[in-house]
Design a protein. Structure first.
Lengths: 221, 157
């Protein structure tokens, strides 16, 4: 157990070291080449998470397994922030938006499931929200309303209504999701301000003769 | 928040099946729905029942849910609730526990989110005269306002 504890400690030290440097590169004005290299470094870090998480699982230490997964979410978030910046520079605005939303979602997941101090991420979470508010116009989003029948828990594969797992929570480092196998009826698609997934958004406006991109105002073919 | 008092349920047999000492989750559109064949529950129903189970408390459903309505919206839609007359007037401690568990669920739902608007929507039917009348509260507001609502309900006995 103490071997694993010291392994986790060393890993977290390495994690902090990598991400501290990454955050210093996650400014718009940094050179693209540095940002691209930083994404590669974070990818190498991300590859290491699962093996240490699995060791925690084998030792049945749920809190540590969950912590490792939460740290992975933060790493993925920062990677997506870097990709967001690069895509903005490359004028790939749709991709940039998706990267930003993934970054936001990962931090939200991490904060929701952090077994220890989750408030240290609030500043970073606010930064990601500020990108959205400052760099993009206000847009509308789309939300589906539908009727579903029986659903399945991703942790235990039982009927979600019968098991004890709660979607959105981590169990031994694995995220519980509610798997829908059948949508019985699609009732509506609503236009909303506050969607569950901001990637479901209006992408263009105009008439059939000319549709303009909601972000760039360029004509969308 | 809208409060509709003295809704007559004497001619609504689907309101007469409740144990007035219990807290229930209702299917949507329950007030005017007389058929039980196609009852549709809000999808937060399953998770709320789990929260109660984890806290060793009980919340019942009108019938066994088969269909769930999902809205992929970041607002929280609670299922309609029924608070029985006896529960409110004679077992306020148990009611308090139930409302606290609901508050915990709401807190957990919004945990980790930064949103300009963490909105909760719900309808609560409070039995004011057994099998004769209910008060209906329609609520839409933030977490803090929901706490005030639960306080208001506790004081209604």
């Amino acid at each position: 157990m103490s071997d694993l504890s010291s392994k986790i400690e060393q890993f977290i030290e390495h994690y902090n070291d990598v991400l501290l440097k990454s955050q210093n590169i996650a400014y718009f004005v940094r050179g693209k080449e540095f940002q691209e290299r930083e994404i590669e470094r974070i990818n190498e870090l991300i590859d290491k998470f699962d093996s240490i998480k699995n060791e925690c699982k084998e030792a049945n230490i749920e809190e540590k397994a969950n912590l490792i997964q939460c740290l992975k979410y933060v790493a993925i978030s920062i990677k997506n922030e870097l990709m967001f910046i690069l895509n903005l520079k490359n004028d790939e605005i749709d991709l940039a938006w998706d990267n930003l939303i993934v970054a936001q979602n990962m931090i939200e997941l991490s904060r929701k499931n952090q077994p220890y101090n989750r408030d240290y991420l609030i500043g970073y979470q606010n930064k990601l929200l500020a990108y959205e508010q400052i760099l993009f116009p206000k847009i509308t989003f789309h939300s589906r309303g539908c009727i579903v029948g029986e659903t399945q828990c991703s942790i235990c594969n039982q009927n979600y209504n019968e098991c004890s797992h709660i979607k959105g929570k981590l169990y031994m480092g694995e995220l519980c999701s509610e798997i829908i196998y059948k949508i019985l009826e699609l009732e509506e698609v609503s236009i909303v301000d506050n969607p569950d997934d901001k990637r479901c958004r209006t992408i263009s406006f105009g008439s059939k003769d000319e549709m303009k991109d909601i972000f760039t105002l360029r004509t969308r073919i | 928040m809208d409060i509709e008092k003295n809704i007559d349920i004497s001619s609504k047999p689907h309101f007469h099946v409740f144990d007035s000492n219990e807290l229930y989750i209702l299917p949507e559109e329950f007030l005017n729905n007389s058929s039980s064949t196609e009852n549709i529950y809000i999808d937060s129903t399953s998770t709320i029942i789990k929260f109660f189970r984890i806290n060793k408390a009980e919340i019942k459903t009108f019938d066994k849910p088969k269909f769930y309505r999902q809205r992929r919206n970041n607002e929280l839609f609670l299922p309609p609730l029924f608070i029985g007359y006896t529960l409110l007037s004679e077992n306020s401690t148990i009611l308090s526990v139930g409302l606290n568990i609901l508050s915990n669920y709401i807190y957990d739902f919004f945990k980790g989110k930064i949103s300009e608007k963490n909105n909760v929507n719900c309808e609560i039917f409070i039995e004011t005269s057994p099998k004769k009348s209910v008060t209906k509260i329609t609520f839409s507001g933030d977490e803090e306002s929901f706490q005030k609502l639960t306080q208001l309900i506790k004081e209604m006995k």
